[in-house]
Design a protein around this ligand. Structure first.
Ligand code: MRU
Length: 408
């Protein structure tokens, strides 16, 4: 049985996504572009609303993107439950953001749930399956928390019960999932278990998910933490001020390569150089069993360069404003994710336990995936353009490639 609404804002327990209480079938989400300065709820009424919420990052974080996409299918099917509408919804949602595999995973789950049913039955089945996916995400994240607690306990014991310092990057907390989080779930569990824990929070340029979301979450839960500029981690590790790093992931290959927010790889390099444990915490929905080489095969999202040249924040007067921080017209680039090779990953914390970052390690926890073929190439990273995966042929390969490449 899933515990309802574990994390909280202003002492009120909440999730990141839920069905509107008026029974309309509309979906409500916390608008993460407004945090930490304002807690605002956005109502999603249509497929367009769901696509926009994902693309504009009102919702973000791999697991939450997946569940939002699932509800996006519901919103589409309640208007039109035909095969064509289902295919169009999948294609549009899939194209909203390319890196987090939870999106494609959730869309496949939804299609599998509804496709063999009559059009009249599809909408209700879709809503039921989306609710299950949300609850399953909460359960998986809580289990990640329990297994990760074991990891943190081991570090605490090694320090004779002294304070454990964890460094994290981006936001892989409850705001990135439905509840609990991935990288932060073990931290919440440790804090609630009474362990002395402190978190170094990377600000995470360019969108500052660490500063605006992770620090906010940890503050709401009362977990001791310190916000640091992105380039600080290496220095802290050199001086013994970090015991372990825990990050989330947007896509992890079957061989244990971990794709996560840009800058994660540099933290892993610094951790390796300083013999600091580097862990990725993720549910099975983040593992892409078809991929064997993260660097070659994972599509890396490139976002608008204004996210680099500009910053958003609150003025002393309370207004939320965007300011330019670069010389006007400066060329900029905005790669949203990078890949940390498995050799730099100490362990992968999953809902089934702690795995070695390798194919053998992951298959030990997920033996049912042993028979799944790993094609040589799924996505291509082609000069910033992305090609559609083979198993989406049924959706109209050309259409998906056009959507990915911004041609429609
Ligand atoms: O661009 P974002 O904010 O969606 O990126 C999020 C991350 O990189 C998270 O670390 C990842 O999705 C894991 S979330 C549990």
């Amino acid at each position: 049985m899933v515990q309802k609404d574990v994390m909280q804002i202003n002492a009120r327990q909440t999730r990141t996504i839920w069905l509107a209480e008026d029974g309309s079938g509309d979906v409500e989400v916390l608008d993460q572009t407004r945090l930490p300065h304002a807690v605002e709820i956005v109502r999603l009424r249509t497929l367009d609303d769901a696509v926009r919420a994902i693309a504009d990052m009102q919702v973000r974080g791999a697991p939450l993107i997946g569940v939002t996409a699932a509800y996006g299918v519901c919103l589409a099917l309640r208007e039109d439950a035909s095969d064509e509408a289902l295919a169009q919804a999948r294609a549009r949602l899939l194209a909203a953001r390319p890196t987090a595999v939870n999106l494609a995973w959730a869309l496949n789950e939804m299609a599998t749930a509804v496709q063999d049913h009559t059009q009249g039955a599809r909408s209700a089945i879709a809503y039921a399956r989306a609710a299950e996916l949300a609850d399953e995400d909460v359960a998986a994240c809580e289990a990640i928390g329990d297994h990760g607690l074991g990891v943190i306990r081991a570090y605490a014991q090694r320090k004779g019960g002294g304070r454990v310092n964890v460094l994290t990057h981006c936001n892989a907390g409850w705001l990135a999932t439905v509840d609990w989080g991935t990288a932060l779930a073990p931290i919440y569990k440790a804090h609630r278990a009474g362990l002395d824990i402190h978190v170094w929070v990377d600000e995470t340029r360019p969108r500052n998910q660490g500063a605006s979301l992770t620090a906010f979450e940890l503050g709401q839960e009362g977990v001791p933490h310190t916000l640091i500029a992105d380039n600080t981690g290496g220095h802290l590790m050199q001086h013994g001020m970090v015991d372990l790093v825990i990050v989330g992931s947007d896509r992890t290959t079957r061989t244990g390569d971990v794709c996560n927010k840009i800058g994660t790889y540099l933290k892993a390099l610094a951790a390796e150089d300083n013999e600091v444990g580097f862990y990725a915490a993720l549910p099975a929905s983040t593992i892409d069993w078809t991929l064997t080489d993260g660097l070659a095969q994972i599509p890396i999202e490139q976002r608008g360069t204004e996210e680099v040249t500009h910053m958003r924040g609150r003025t002393a007067g309370g207004d939320i404003v965007t300011i330019e921080i670069a010389a006007p017209g400066s060329p900029a680039a905005n790669y949203a994710f990078d890949v940390t090779p498995a050799r730099l990953v100490t362990g992968i914390i999953t809902e089934r336990g702690l795995a070695e970052a390798s194919e053998a390690g992951l298959l030990e926890l997920y033996p049912e995936r042993a028979g799944v073929d790993a094609p040589k190439s799924r996505f291509g990273f082609m000069k910033g353009r992305i090609t559609a995966p083979d198993d989406f042929d049924d959706l109209g390969r050309e259409e998906i490639e056009a959507l990915f490449n911004g041609e429609s």
